[in-house]
Ligand binder design. Structure first.
Ligand code: MN
Length: 259
């Protein structure tokens, strides 16, 4: 029976182009299977933002740089990436279940403002950079801190600590046309109702525009790239059962429960 159903569905899809139009579809090799385009909802719209790459800046608030054992005054910005499909979309007003990842006993939150690009380029100057930003969202740069630090000490890549499944919870993207460019305003995070992180966007060492400038010297930025713009001080661990609420001024709260 299932077989018959499948056959019928196939026949149906096959016959579809015939009815459509005279416009020929470009012939060419087809992918052996399909994979999902990773997307984030756009607030106030039924359109979705397609994500190409996730860039993250390290130690972009001086007090966080200090707590991670580095000198914030001398360090040029540095970046790492998360896999695009690390995104976990979290809608406002909902507390999304977030799986505690494997291989860690020290799972940390990092509240961050996320900038989403609608265009890009190489060697973008900071003065021109913000015109490439489509919008902003609240995000969490979740981190297996024990693995990140362990690998760092062995001079190995951070990937295990930063680039894992569901490691990038993100709320909907608010277009610049609605909210402008957030350059100041509070950024904070609580666990089980208790405030843990608290700072102001104006405390970023490298502004969003400067991050775009620096990133575009290393990579050609493109539409669909998102940038996690760094976390303030007082990062810390969560365990199963904890509820995290992340807040950025001007955007709705993002809430997850560790399960
Ligand atoms: Mn971070």
């Amino acid at each position: 029976m299932a077989k018959a159903k499948k056959k019928k569905a196939r026949a149906k899809s096959k016959s579809k182009p015939k009815t459509k139009s005279a416009k020929p579809k470009a012939a060419g090799p087809k992918t052996v299977f399909s994979i999902a385009q990773i997307t984030v909802p756009i607030a106030g719209s039924d359109q979705l933002f397609p994500v190409r790459r996730i860039y993250c800046i390290g130690r972009n608030y001086a007090a966080h740089a200090r707590e991670m054992g580095s000198d914030p005054t001398r360090e040029p910005p540095f970046f790492f990436q998360k896999p695009t499909d690390a995104i976990q979309v979290v809608m406002p007003g909902k507390t999304e279940n977030h799986p505690y990842p494997p291989l860690t006993n020290n799972y940390h939150y990092e509240i961050e403002l996320v900038a989403a690009l609608k265009s890009g380029g190489k060697n973008i100057k900071s003065a021109d950079a913000l015109k490439h930003v489509f919008g902003y969202a609240v995000g969490l740069d979740m981190t297996r801190r024990d693995l990140q630090i362990g690998m760092r000490e062995q001079k190995k890549p951070w990937s295990l600590g930063k680039g894992f499944d569901n490691g990038a919870p993100v709320g909907p993207i608010y277009p610049v046309s609605k909210i402008g460019h957030p350059v100041r305003g509070s950024i904070s995070l609580s666990v089980n109702g208790q405030e843990k992180q608290k700072s102001d966007l104006s405390n970023m060492t490298w502004s969003v525009a400067e991050q775009i400038e620096k990133l575009s010297e290393a990579f050609e930025l493109k539409a669909g790239d998102i940038i996690m713009t760094g976390t303030p001080e007082n990062v810390g661990a969560v365990v199963k059962g904890d509820t995290i609420v992340g807040k950025v001024f001007g955007l709705p709260d993002l809430s997850i429960r560790i399960v």
